[in-house]
Design a protein around this ligand. Structure first.
Ligand code: MF3
Ligand code: CO
Ligand code: CO
Length: 289
């Protein structure tokens, strides 16, 4: 039984109440619905600016708010991270590199615009606020034809998130989650980004703890019923290191390798967890839609 009074653990992690799960389910569901509905708008020639405009309208039509507009000066309802952009890609900004399978050391030419090329893979990350509750989720999409190399990266990244989620239950630790993700990714000869992590959320966007996507079994705070947080592993085909561009947001792989990310918002239950951002019809993975 969950205690009646909310409390915070010694690690600063808020323990939410039974009734709070309902608010998170509503917010998470809207964010997931937006990721589902936006899939039809991803195709070669489409721009990240247009996708963000559509998402902005979807959020407004739902009577919700975007958590990212005005967040630390960020001005968009989504982050759209293409090919070698790890996270925090800015909609409407020129996409840093030519993408898909064409990425190589000799192809460092900047694109002149924000439109997708055939074979580009991209992450769209949306966070909404509904009645004060935050729903934060992201998934991968493909513009045009998915290459075998990109498909493998996307599959491993998706599955690593699910392995992390499987490790969520009271008594396990945050290190168990990180270990589940890291060991799986490295067994596939890919690398987990260390420079960004998941986070507590609920009635705030980013709260303790930092949810690392690497780690050792048994290390870190113990999971308790009523903890709400995201798991959002970023996986690179090449090295794990990232670099932030001069715009102070866009994070790219240092070696320009292809990268992918999936994110769910979850809440710890008595015997596992609830996924607040489950996709309608299970449409979370690009090859399913
Ligand atoms: N949604 C991102 C996350 O998963 C945060 C984006 S912050 C922004 O935590 F300002 F870049 F939008
Ligand atoms: Co997040
Ligand atoms: Co997010």
């Amino acid at each position: 039984m969950r205690s009646k009074d909310g409390r915070t653990t010694k690690d600063g992690i808020r323990i939410y109440q039974e009734a709070d799960f309902a608010g998170m389910h509503v917010a998470g569901k809207l964010a997931a619905q937006i990721l589902y509905d936006i899939a039809q708008h991803v195709f070669p020639g489409q721009t990240t600016g247009e996708i963000d405009r559509i998402i902005t309208n979807m959020v407004a039509e739902a009577g919700a708010e975007s958590a990212t507009v005005g967040y630390k000066g960020y001005q968009h309802a989504s982050c759209i991270s293409v090919t070698n952009v790890v996270c925090h890609g800015i909609p409407g900004a020129p996409i840093p590199l030519h993408g898909g399978e064409t990425i190589s050391k000799n192809l460092e030419k900047r694109r002149s615009d924000d439109s997708f090329k055939d074979g580009d893979i991209l992450n769209i990350d949306v966070t909404v606020i509904v009645d004060g509750w935050f729903g934060d989720t992201s998934r991968m999409y493909v513009a045009g034809k998915l290459s075998p190399k990109a498909e493998r990266l996307i599959q491993v990244t998706h599955d690593s998130l699910m392995k992390g989620i499987e490790a969520v239950k009271p008594g396990n630790t945050f290190g168990d989650i990180g270990y589940a993700i890291q060991s799986y990714v490295e067994s596939k000869r890919m690398n987990v980004v260390r420079d960004f992590c998941g986070h507590g959320l609920g009635q705030v966007f980013h709260a303790p703890p930092n949810v690392l996507h690497y780690g050792r079994p048994g290390v870190g705070p113990r999971l308790e019923e009523g903890m709400f947080f995201t798991i959002e592993p970023m996986v690179n085909l090449g090295r794990a290191e990232t670099e932030i561009l001069k715009d102070e947001w866009t994070a790219v792989t240092r070696d320009k390798s292809l990268t992918a990310q999936f994110e769910h918002s979850i809440g710890v239950t008595a015997d596992g967890c609830d996924i607040f951002t489950l996709s309608p019809g299970g449409m979370f993975h690009p090859t399913y839609s």
